[in-house]
Design a protein around this ligand. Sequence first.
Ligand code: ASP
Ligand code: MG
Length: 403
Amino acid sequence: MALIVQKFGGTSVRDAERINNVADIVTSTYRQDNDVVVVVSAQGDTTDDLIAKAAEINERASKREMDMLLSAGEQISASLLAMAIERMGYPVVSLLGWQAGFDTTSDYGNARIKKVDASRIRKELDKRRIVVVTGFQGVNRYGDMTTLGRGGSDTSAVAIAATMHADLCQIYTDVDGVYTADPRKIPGAIKLPTISYDEMLELATLGAQVLHNRSVEMAKKYNIELEVLSSLTREKGTIVKEKSNVEKMLISGVAKDDNIARISIIGVPDRPGLAFKIFSKLASKGINVDIILQSIGRNGTKDISFTVEKNKMEDTIELLKSYEETWGASGIVSDDNVSKVSIVGAGMESHPGVAAEMFEALFSRNVNIQMISTSEIKISVLINKADGERAVEAIHDKFFEAV
Ligand code: ASP
Ligand code: MG
């Protein structure tokens, strides 16, 4: 008998019909003599709707009350799914985060899982029950409900799989796997049979919203294989694991992130210590910096540019302006009409020339590059937002046309 964790996202449990479909998948897994733990997200747009409801009443509601509210979404889908399974004649029980043993930090709205005490789940499985658990939530040391951050149900599922040493952790969603590019935008996008944790992590942070980052980090740490698949097509999905098998593929995906802004500090004195001062100020304000570019000193001054998340742009500018004089800078400029386009692939570690190919693709469509950054398995360029789609297309064609 195997232990299988199956997680279903909001679109998979959107309405009664979809819930029945999920109940079908779950019970057929159970019938094959498996122990099944199911983790569910809130139905459809429930979480967004609840946030909107809160805003109507109190725009500055405390995070504790927000979590009290948001955790209700998953309670609805868990109980409804249990009812559907019940009606099909199978033994089932639904559990809230705290009942399932999710012990989290106190950080309302973005709590981290400290530990999962799976004894209750185990007990229920031993009675041959299907166990449905609410994703996205837990309880902190004050006994209050917490939530794990948007998209956190994936992480709930992986945490159960890791704690209980599950044989398989399936993440059912509305796409049927991980693609080489967004399949809604790039018709030639290819579904990957496998992808490594590291590649998936890069893609996840780059805006390929398939899996919650923290779920991939956790899967990597505990070496849990994940399968990303669709609850509608029931086709084989993509397996996320330590090493992908797709050796002949140089890169595994192209991603675009529009949620980004570029900021430059112009004409700072070219002497030691400034980068330290600037970036430690940003860090102390919790502003995450991504690509950094420093020009070479000329006539005693240099420019430092970097990117931040778009919603941090105003705060960043304000902060920099308050130090502009102290630092002796001659100006701050910013632009949020930019996109970051990246290619990710474990294959590039051992193949020179990948960057050149990417730049050639951009050149062929006359796309200008503003900034470049690279890591072992990733190359990112910052370009004009208006060029974004064209750039992804050109790069994707270049690397995947022949595949
Ligand atoms: N319902 C939560 C959200 O919408 C958690 C999840 O779907 O994973 O963010
Ligand atoms: Mg999700």
